[in-house]
Design a protein around this ligand. Structure first.
Ligand code: GDP
Length: 197
């Protein structure tokens, strides 16, 4: 699949408003500010794509992008946002877990984490849910350009080791930088692999 075909389709207020559960989807999740929009723009080679959704008030929406008639990318709302009331956070977490569990067309989960703040509890939960839902997970350590080579490699090893130790699932961890384009091709290879299953 050529990810440059991506086009914005709709913003859904919750998972019940997503398109019909047919075809194939890959979902993107991460803390707010993890670099998710930038990564989506980089992967699709489409500068303004995901930032369309960043207008105030729309950040809590699920954004749907189509690649082909039956393949979509799903941009889940950023989590860990301090200003959201606890009840809303819990309600959303429950819906998210349900979505990962029940969405039949969902073929894989991408979790983005700022390489300088990896594996916060909510990140770990997301990855755990993906694994529990028997889905392959791609973890992208974003903004890799912010660290020196040795630090990058060390964080990569630490994250891989902790996930391997605590979770038994199909998890790939990669460095990523939207600024430099680092990790774009390997990430696209993984995602295309999922779409071919
Ligand atoms: P989102 O909230 O997860 O969608 O995050 P954004 O994509 O909006 O990025 C949050 C901030 O991190 C912005 O100021 C971006 O310019 C910055 N950022 C995102 N990706 C990178 C990257 O690869 N390198 C660097 N240095 N900054 C990045």
């Amino acid at each position: 699949i050529d990810f440059r075909l991506a086009q914005f389709v709709t913003s859904a207020p919750d998972i019940t408003h997503l398109p019909e559960d047919i075809g194939m989807e890959i979902a993107f999740a991460g803390r707010s500010n993890a670099g998710k929009s930038s990564a989506l723009n980089t992967l699709t080679d489409h500068r303004g794509l995901a930032h369309i959704s960043k207008r105030p008030g729309r950040t809590q929406l699920i954004n749907v992008f189509r690649l082909t008639d039956d393949k979509r990318l799903i941009d889940l709302p950023g989590y860990g946002f301090a200003k959201v009331p606890l009840e809303m956070k819990l309600a959303w977490q429950e819906k998210l877990a349900q979505y990962l569990e029940e969405r039949r067309c969902l073929k894989g989960l991408v979790v983005l984490m700022d390489i300088r703040h990896p594996l916060k509890d909510l990140d770990f939960n997301m990855i755990r849910w993906g694994v529990a839902a028997q889905m392959p997970v791609l973890v992208l350590l974003t903004k890799a350009d912010k660290l020196k080579q040795a630090e990058k490699q060390k964080t990569l090893r630490t994250v891989k080791a902790r996930l391997a130790e605590e979770l038994d699932g199909e998890i790939v961890v990669q460095l990523f930088s939207s600024l430099k384009g680092t990790g774009r091709e390997p990430a696209l290879n993984v995602l295309n692999g999922w779409f071919r299953r």
